[in-house]
Design a protein around this ligand. Structure first.
Ligand code: GLN
Length: 499
């Protein structure tokens, strides 16, 4: 077996040594003094890859940044981890995140917040005294690890924006693939119908490399997209791409710019880089089409109802009995009552944000609230999907009867609709990390950050954040490229032109 590439190894290793402490990105590191002689030959041979701490690894703990899973180590690797290892990747460590993926700033973590490694070029402060801004969440550790050069790529999870938002705040590329394309087996569930494993790296081509390794059908994942749906989506998508791929120009590509994605909390600072990008895409031959997705304003509320409801059910398994932390009731209580252990474990083990969401989710599922909250949210989810399906030229293979698919002709000039959507990824650049007790930010503001990421999650669509420049404050601005279900390759292709 070959030895670990010393150059790559030492550069990444040096970055870990000099930057991990002040970013707080890794919560567990492999013993990297022992070069991974066990690394297989393959496209990722010896390349260090970071894994978000809610994805199971057999050699390192998996804690979801939660008190309830301290000391927990999974007996197996998640399928995605296994695939990376088979391709020669070296799992370099586990990254900090919001507890169970719940958050947008990576501040709800038992390990403390992740500090964004970015420093504007105008800043003269020493790196360790740089302005403290959030790396975004919940995959903040993964984004910071990539941005600080501590790994070649990182895996995160994206339920409602947790890969795209940190990518945008840290100035790296972050892809949330189509729902069901990458295996969730061994990924700790937050909200199963929304959870996706996402990929972060500095370049779109590196994200694409990892995507090709991970986008495999896994029969262990019961929600995995079936091979026939994958093949169908691939063929309709290829047909559409044949019009413009490989020409170096974008003639024939139709880009939708949805008007609902410029909501009032959007900071004007993200607009200039977006405008520059759109005009350069149009000079390459792409057609810009203003589009409307009218259900968008309801997406955020629907997302939080569905995500909390599913989380309340998923997190029921942390009972202090089967695995994870166990907190015994104080002396004097009747220890035979399992309910006491259960209540104490959950009260001590879960952080405040997680407890809040379990309560909200449980409420949304009660008989009294079910119709007005949970069902209503499912109706909104359906409207969001319909909005996207009406806007894209390419049919959604999951909702189109296969008998209709052969009639689809992507090359016909009469086929209306767009190939991809492009919109701002976040409403602002990375927000400052406020000192622990300050109430500078209203609690609601934190959730508003997700307004531009949750629609693609509800519809299960591939979406990628690509850095496109800087805001007036000199901090990174990302744009989002969104495609029809199964058109991940198209999103990556457009992303390469955008970056
Ligand atoms: N910020 C969103 C939430 O808290 C999204 C999180 C995620 O994608 N894991 O639910």
């Amino acid at each position: 077996s070959r030895t670990f590439s010393p150059n790559a190894g030492s550069t990444y290793q040096q970055a870990i040594e000099s930057k991990n402490k002040s970013t707080n990105a890794f919560v567990y590191l492999s013993n990297s003094d022992t070069p991974p002689a066990q690394c297989s030959e393959g496209p990722l041979h010896g390349l260090p890859i970071a894994i978000k701490d809610n994805i199971c690894t057999a050699e390192l703990p998996t804690t979801c940044s939660s008190g309830v899973l301290q000391e927990f180590t999974s007996p197996f690797d998640a399928t995605v981890v296994e695939l990376l290892k088979q391709a020669g990747g070296f799992i370099t460590g586990k990254t900090n995140c919001d507890e169970f993926g719940m958050g947008s700033l990576n501040t709800h973590s038992i390990y403390g917040p992740v500090v964004n490694p970015f420093q504007p070029s105008s800043s003269t402060a020493p790196w360790d005294d740089r302005e403290r801004r959030s790396a975004g969440g919940s995959s903040g550790g993964s984004a910071a690890a990539v941005a600080a050069g501590m790994c070649y790529a990182a895996l995160g999870t994206d339920t409602g924006g947790s890969v795209r938002l940190p990518a945008s705040y840290c100035g790296v590329v972050g892809l949330k693939p189509s729902y069901g394309i990458v295996s969730r087996w061994g990924v700790i569930s937050y909200s199963d119908s929304l959870d996706c494993v996402g990929i972060l790296a500095k370049r779109v081509s590196d994200v694409g490399n990892i995507f090709n390794i991970l986008a495999k059908y896994d029969e262990k994942d019961l929600t995995a997209a079936r091979p026939c749906s994958r093949r169908k989506a691939e063929s309709v998508c290829r047909e559409a791409m044949d019009r413009w791929k490989g020409k170096g120009k974008l003639k024939g590509l139709r880009i939708g710019v949805p008007k609902e994605y410029f909501p009032s909390p959007l900071s004007p600072t993200v607009l200039a880089p977006l405008r520059t990008l759109l005009s350069s895409l149009s000079s390459l031959g792409a057609t810009l089409v203003p589009v409307s997705l009218p259900a968008t304003p309801y997406a955020l509320s629907a997302y939080y109802v569905i995500a909390c409801a599913e989380a309340s059910s998923n997190l029921g398994r942390y009972d202090g009995v089967r695995y994870g932390t166990r907190v015994e009731p104080p002396p004097g209580s009747d220890l035979r009552r399992t309910a006491d252990v259960y209540a104490h474990t959950r009260t001590k083990g879960f952080g405040r944000e997680v407890q809040k969401r379990i309560l909200l989710g449980t409420y949304a599922l009660t008989a009294d609230a079910f119709d007005n909250y949970f069902l209503q949210a499912q109706r909104v989810r359906k409207l969001i999907k319909q909005d996207f399906d009406k806007t894209f030229k390419i049919p959604n293979v999951l909702s189109t009867p296969s008998s209709l698919l052969p009639d689809f002709d992507a090359t016909s000039p009469t086929t209306s609709g767009v190939d991809v959507l492009i919109h701002p990824q976040a409403i602002r650049t990375a927000p400052p990390l406020s000192p622990p007790d300050s109430k500078s930010e209203s609690e609601l503001d934190v959730y508003v950050q997700d307004v531009l990421t949750v629609p693609a999650s509800l519809a299960g669509l591939p979406a990628m954040s690509v850095p496109v420049g800087e805001g007036e404050d000199g901090w990174p601005v990302g744009v989002s490229v969104v495609g029809q279900w199964g058109c991940d390759e198209m999103v990556l292709r457009v992303g390469e032109v955008v970056e």
